[in-house]
Write a protein that binds this ligand. Structure first.
Ligand code: HMG
Ligand code: MG
Length: 298
């Protein structure tokens, strides 16, 4: 087993924030290519309202058209039972519910309070688990909120523990707007780990201020081994103005290789996919490591 598990979120967190609507065939290609690089988790889409996030429309078709690779998980975001029904009908085997540590962000993102979000997630998780579907949980705004500013790590811990309580096997801690810095990231993780074992925690850091790799490094010695990232640094959040992409998968693969920690994924192949999808989107490749590898291996 690899030392570090990378959760590739480019097809979801990346594409949900692109101004262009990506054709289904390109999304299918993206997911299939990523799943053949050795990455074990490729978050494929979201069963949310297409009025709220038009880029994620077609996630049902996507799930039915991909060519699943054995041993790879393809989680999809699900905000409520309507989303769960659609995800189950499309054959999802893993879902992720997504809440926040900030009330204002919860309202803007999913149109309900934090307490209401837990009331929505509870039956979603219960029904999914009864059907043998794995349930992951996200907590957004763990290091800052676009509407409220600083966020108390105690609130992050409370939400993370509540998501474990309803049945999430893993909680991904989202620095949604990428405002964290290393000492704050490490302190937040230490606080959350008082209430949720670190083995159940993942880091989901956006790179708005270029701190994501530093933040991850600052958290590593606490034993966290699961990291979310997006090929070519795609991503953002439609309800977090100014948030830039997730830390690039290529940066993490290069970093962990340098640290002697295995990920099981092929950096050069991920870099090629990053170059290709950036071209498809007509945007610059957001990964420095990806651009550097492409200059060497093409
Ligand atoms: P609402 O308006 O409160 O829901 O939205 P509603 O139940 O009142 O329904 C309103 C309409 O939406 C109805 O349609 C429903 O059928 C439809 P209408 O009658 O008006 O035609 N609807 C749905 N359609 C498809 N799928 C569904 C669904 N549910 C209702 N599941 C809702 C509530 C949660 C649906 C809405 O707020 C929403 O879709 N929000 C999307 C939020 C989102 O996707 N945000 C981005 C992902 S989160 C993120 O990026 C952060 C993360 O990366 C971690 C981090 O970085 O921190 C995960
Ligand atoms: Mg995100």
């Amino acid at each position: 087993m690899a030392d570090i598990r990378i959760v590739e979120v480019g097809p979801r967190d990346g594409l949900q924030n692109e101004p262009v609507i990506v054709p289904l065939a390109t999304k299918v290609d993206l997911v299939d290519r990523l799943a053949r690089t050795g990455l074990k988790t490729v978050e494929a889409g979201a069963f949310v309202s297409p009025k709220w996030v038009p880029q994620m429309a077609g996630s049902a078709e996507l799930l039915t058209e991909i060519s699943p690779v054995s041993g790879v998980s393809y989680p999809v975001l699900v905000p409520n039972e309507k989303g769960l029904d659609a995800a189950m009908a499309a054959g999802a085997r893993e879902i992720a519910v997504f809440g926040a540590a900030s009330e204002s962000f919860s309202q803007r993102n999913i149109n309900c309070t934090i307490a209401e979000s837990l009331d929505r997630f509870r039956p979603v998780a219960a029904r999914a688990l009864a059907a043998g579907i794995k349930v992951r949980g996200y907590v957004s705004c763990v290091l800052g909120c676009p509407y409220e500013g600083a966020v108390d790590a105690g609130k992050v811990a409370e939400m993370a523990a509540a998501l474990v309580e309803i049945g999430c096997y893993e909680i991904s801690l989202g620095d949604t707007i990428g405002v964290g810095t290393p000492a704050k990231a490490a302190a937040m993780l230490r606080r959350v780990a008082l209430d949720v074992p670190v083995a159940k925690l993942a880091l989901h850091f956006h790179d708005t201020y270029g701190q994501a790799v530093a933040n991850i490094l600052a958290c590593l010695d606490q034993g966290v081994t699961v990291m979310d990232s997006a090929v070519a640094g795609l991503g953002g959040c439609p309800y977090a103005k100014g948030a830039s992409g997730n830390v690039a998968t290529e940066e993490l693969l290069y970093l962990f290789d340098g640290l002697g920690l295995s990920t099981g994924a092929d950096l050069d192949e991920v870099a090629r996919i990053g170059g290709w999808i950036s071209q498809q989107l007509g945007r610059a490749n957001g990964s420095k490591a990806g651009r550097a590898r492409l200059a060497v291996v093409g």
